[in-house]
Design a binder for this molecule. Structure first.
Ligand code: UD1
Ligand code: UDP
Length: 359
C-alpha cells in the first residue's frame, strides 16, 4: 500500500477530498481509515457521498468520549490497521484527537508521516487542538503548511526547513471545487442572513458561556442560519437552554449541512459568526467577515487584515465591538476582497508532489 489517510472528523473529510482526488489521478494507491470519531450521517457519510471520496477500508468506531478515551482507543486501533496494510506513508489532517492518535501510532511504527495543515498556532494550551497540533508537527516527517505564517511558526520552533513545504490550503482547493455545485438555501431568508456555526469545547462546556452566546444572538436582531453541531445541541439540552434559544424569532436552526451547501451558504451570507477554525478562514475566500467567538488568533493574517474579528464572549468590550461591527456590515458599510494567503487552489497538487517522492 502506498498511502494511508487517517481521518475521523468533518473538516478532515473535506481536507482529504482534494488530496485523494489528486492521488487517484496519478494512479497512486491509497487506503482511507475512518476513526469513527464523527459518526452521525450529516457529520460523516454526507461528505464521502457528495465529495466522491472512496469508501474507508475500515471504520474503527471509536465514537465519543473524553480526550484520552478517544485518542487512546483510536491509537490502539490505528496501530493494528497500519500493521495490516503496511503503507509506505501515513497522511493526517488538521488538529483533532484522530489526527494526534494516527500521528503517534505511525511515528512509533517508524512510518513516514505527512501532516496536512501543519503550523497554525494559538499559543494557548487550554485550547485542546493546540496540544494536538504541536505534538503532531514535532513528530511529522513532512509538514505541509497552509499559509506563510504557519510555515514561519514551524521554522521558529526549530523544525528543519527541508521538512516543511508551503503548499497552500487544501480547504481552499475544495472550496473552489464545490462552490458552484451547491444547493442554494437562500429561500430560508430571502432578504439576507448571517451564517453562524458554534461547536468548540470552550463555548459549549459551561452553561454561563452558552447563555452569553444566546444573549449575543438575541442582540443581533437579524436573520441568522445556524447549522447546529450535535455537541452544541446536546449541551443546550443538558443546560436547559433549548427553550430560550428556540424562542429567538429570526434564528433558524437547521441540521448540519454538506460541504456544497455550506460553500453556498458562506457565499450568500452577509457575514459569519463562528468559532470554527475552518469556517472562519473560508468566509474570507468569498470576501466575508467572520466574528470569531474565541480570543484565539489562529489565522493572524486574517485578523490583521480585518477578515476576522476576535470575540471572547466573557469580554463585554469585545462583545460590544462585535455588535457594532455587525451593524456596520449589515448597513453595507464594509466590503472585503478575497485575500491570497492560502495559495492558489492547487495545494493538493503540491502535497501529492511531496507524497510521490516518498512512495
Ligand atoms: C472535534 C474536534 C474539533 C473539531 C471538530 C470538528 C477534538 C479534540 N475536537 O470536536 O477540533 O473542530 O471535531 O467538527 O478532536 N457528537 C455526535 N455525533 C457525532 C460526533 C459527535 O453527537 O457524530 C457529539 C457527542 O455528544 C460528542 C460531542 O459531539 O460527545 C463532541 O464530539 P467530539 O468528537 O469529541 O468533539 P467535537 O466537538 O466534534
Ligand atoms: N461545515 C459544513 N457543514 C456545516 C458546518 C460546517 O460542511 O454544517 C464545514 C465548514 O465549512 C468547514 C468545516 O466544516 O469546512 C469546519 O468544520 P468544523 O467547524 O466542524 O471544525 P473546525 O474547522 O473548527 O475544526
Amino acid at each position: 500500500m502506498d498511502v494511508m489517510h487517517v481521518v475521523g472528523n468533518r473538516p478532515q473529510f473535506i481536507k482529504l477530498s482534494p488530496v485523494s482526488r489528486e492521488l487517484r489521478k496519478r494512479g497512486i494507491q491509497e487506503v482511507i481509515i475512518h476513526t469513527g470519531q464523527h459518526y452521525d450521517a450529516n457529520l460523516s457519510e454526507i461528505f464521502f457521498e457528495e465529495l466522491d471520496i472512496p469508501e474507508p477500508a475500515r471504520n474503527l468506531d471509536v465514537g465519543s468520549g473524553s480526550h484520552a478515551q478517544v485518542t487512546g482507543a483510536a491509537m490502539i486501533r490505528i496501530e493494528k490497521v497500519i500493521e495490516e496494510f503496511t503503507p509506505k506513508c501515513v497522511v493526517v489532517y488538521g488538529d483533532t484527537n484522530s489526527t494526534l492518535a494516527a500521528a503517534l501510532a505511525a511515528a512509533k511504527l517508524c512510518i513516514p508521516l505527512i501532516h496536512v495543515e501543519a503550523g497554525p498556532r494559538t499559543y494557548n494550551k487550554t485550547n485542546p487542538e493546540e496540544c494536538n497540533r504541536v505534538v503532531v508537527d514535532h513528530i511529522s516527517d513532512y509538514l505541509c503548511a497552509p499559509d506563510r505564517i504557519s510555515f514561519e511558526n514551524l521554522i521558529k520552533e526549530g523544525i528543519a526547513k527541508d521538512k516543511i513545504f508551503f503548499t497552500g490550503d487544501v480547504m481552499y482547493d475544495e472550496f473552489l471545487y464545490c462552490l458552484l455545485q451547491g444547493q442554494d438555501n437562500i429561500s430560508l431568508c430571502p432578504d439576507g442572513y448571517i451564517l453562524m456555526t458554534w461547536h468548540r469545547q470552550e463555548n459549549t462546556c459551561n452553561r454561563e458561556r452558552m447563555e452569553k452566546i444566546i444573549c449575543f444572538i438575541e442582540k443581533i436582531s437579524y436573520d441568522i442560519i445556524l447549522p447546529l453541531h450535535p455537541r452544541t445541541k446536546k449541551f443546550l439540552e443538558v443546560y436547559g437552554l433549548e427553550e430560550r434559544i428556540n424562542k429567538i424569532p429570526y434564528l433558524k436552526i437547521i441540521e448540519p449541512v454538506g460541504y456544497k451547501e455550506m460553500t453556498v451558504l458562506l457565499n450568500n451570507c452577509k457575514l459569519l459568526v463562528s468559532d470554527s477554525g475552518g469556517a472562519s478562514k473560508e468566509a474570507s475566500f468569498v470576501g466575508k467577515k467572520c466574528i470569531y467567538m474565541l480570543d484565539l488568533n489562529i489565522w493572524p493574517e486574517l485578523v490583521e487584515n480585518g477578515y476576522i474579528q476576535l470575540m471572547d464572549i466573557d469580554n463585554n468590550e469585545m462583545v460590544e465591538r462585535s455588535l457594532y461591527e455587525i451593524k456596520n456590515i449589515l448597513a453595507g458599510r464594509k466590503w472585503l476582497c478575497r485575500p491570497e494567503f492560502f495559495g492558489n487552489g492547487n495545494a493538493a497538487v503540491k502535497i501529492v508532489d511531496v507524497i510521490e517522492k516518498i512512495v
